[in-house]
Design a protein around this ligand. Structure first.
Ligand SMILES: [Zn+2]
Length: 470
């Protein structure tokens, strides 16, 4: 298996600390709002990564945190506390907000066929671990107290910018959002480990600590939660690319200062879902532009969430993915046709183990080459075109779906009753009608619709293409 490592910026052979075992960590959601489909792109691709590792024979233990305390909206140490903001907006307590949006997040994951990690740990469960790590960082001289908060001292490290690509603009993150910079900091990128003097006087969740009653900074939780469940060394850590700085940089800083050795060997970052702006340039999708895109909103518009997963799998995780409804419609059409082809595979012939193994190995090699999901989909077409038996085709596709998780063998209810010949006939007619419409031959298009109606087949033009029912 090969993987692009953000630390070295190279595609590397994946070698684990312990043969056959993978310790994997994922930064989880801040549960103050519904998840945006852009964030869910990361979780879909990380799900594929985990499943590819399992498919390749690894025993994977995957841990994810839930940020239910102290995540500031600027992702640095300035701005508003996202959890408090959510609670105020909805007139609920912070814990009510956390519970509601944690459930909503996992509902979305279920709809997208994203497996729940082996361990899911809310930050508020691990306050003792945070206090222990912060205490050690103070003892070792990597942290200092100023203005009644505890800060990590980035100047004490040999190398802070581990990913080596922070631009000046990114480094300015700490001083945006119209908030004056924290004058307690000794260095611009120092970050808070523990707040006791909070600028949020209404901070609902506070705990006792050796430094006074307060609450943790955001970054400390991922270091502590991963070490609690995976030990002091880890194989692979993943997250969205916007977490690379400052979040992952700070995670590494405090973890390696704490343990005194290298913490995590591979870093897997998923790039943004982007949209075309009014200026014609692609930019990161966010709630500030247009509608806030959630799984529920896609469903309201008639999209199957699995079609969105298919849309994501068609492109590589290390490239920005341009979202538009037209692009999604196209993916829906392709996905529908693919599923129809799979549904029409005849259940015939023997199932030879060596054939299944051969196709399994092809998939391991293709998708295992830096999580090349579009190659995984191409392989499904290769299976369909191949001369193996129908039963073998179904068995191989079922095997591939352990990773792709596209419900490839699950038939649509409306089409389940239709036989293969009928499906082919309807698809051909729909294609013919599309062609007629393209040529502005609307009389012919209507005649085709009527012809189908006469056979009890209703067709409907929707955003996701033509839908038919019997
Ligand atoms: Zn994290």
């Amino acid at each position: 298996m090969k993987i692009f490592n953000s630390l070295t910026k190279n595609v590397e052979e994946f070698v684990t600390n312990e043969p056959g075992k993978v310790n994997m960590y994922t930064c989880g959601p801040t549960v103050y709002h519904y998840a945006h489909i852009g964030n869910l792109r990361s979780y879909i691709m990380e799900d594929v990564l985990e499943k590819t590792l399992r498919y390749s024979g690894y025993d994977v233990k995957r841990v994810m945190n839930i940020t239910d305390v102290g995540h500031l909206s600027s992702d640095a140490d300035t701005g508003e506390d996202k959890m408090i903001k959510g609670a105020k907006r909805e007139h609920k307590t912070v814990m009510e907000i956390a519970k509601f949006y944690t459930d909503a997040f996992f509902d979305d994951c279920a709809k997208l066929n994203i497996k729940v990690p082996d361990v899911v740990e809310p930050a508020t469960n691990c306050i003792d671990e945070f206090i222990n790590m912060i205490g050690t960082l103070l003892d070792k001289g990597y942290a200092y107290k100023a203005g009644e908060n505890i800060y990590f001292d980035t100047s004490k490290l040999k190398s802070y910018y581990v990913f080596g690509n922070q631009s000046e603009e990114e480094l300015m993150v700490g001083v945006r959002d119209d908030v004056s910079e924290d004058t307690n900091k000794r260095n611009r990128n120092d970050f808070v480990l523990w707040f006791t003097k909070s600028k949020f006087e209404d901070q609902a969740l506070k705990w006792d600590s050796p430094w006074g009653v307060g609450y943790p900074g955001w970054h400390i939780e991922c270091s502590c939660i991963s070490m609690k469940h995976l030990g002091e060394s880890m194989d692979i850590h993943c997250g969205g690319i916007d977490n690379m700085f400052p979040h992952h940089t700070n995670e590494i800083a405090q973890s390696e200062a704490f343990t005194g050795h290298k913490w995590c060997n591979y870093w897997f970052h998923v790039h943004h879902l982007v949209e075309q702006g009014a200026d014609g340039k692609a930019g990161k999708m966010s709630k500030s532009k247009g509608e806030f895109l959630t799984v529920s909103l896609l469903e309201e518009k008639g999209y199957d969430p699995i079609a969105y997963r298919f849309f994501c799998l068609q492109s590589h995780y290390r490239k920005p993915l341009l979202f538009s409804y037209d692009a999604l419609d196209q993916a829906v059409g392709t996905f529908r046709k693919l599923k129809n082809r799979i549904a029409s595979i005849e259940a015939e012939g023997e199932v030879r183990d060596e054939v299944i193994k051969e196709w399994h190995d092809k998939f391991t090699e293709s998708v295992g080459n830096d999580i090349n999901t579009s190659m995984g989909i191409t392989l499904v077409y290769d299976v369909l075109k191949s001369d193996i038996t129908g039963n073998e085709k179904r068995a191989v596709i079922e095997d591939y779906d352990k990773v792709l998780s596209l419900d490839l063998l699950k038939e649509e209810s409306a089409e389940a009753g239709a036989d293969d010949e009928l499906v082919a006939y309807i698809e051909a007619k729909i294609e013919e009608r599309k062609e007629a419409k393209k040529n502005k031959d609307f009389a012919k298009a209507d005649a085709i619709r009527d012809e189908l109606a006469a056979k009890g087949i209703t067709i409907k033009d929707t955003r996701e293409g033509v839908v038919w029912t019997i």
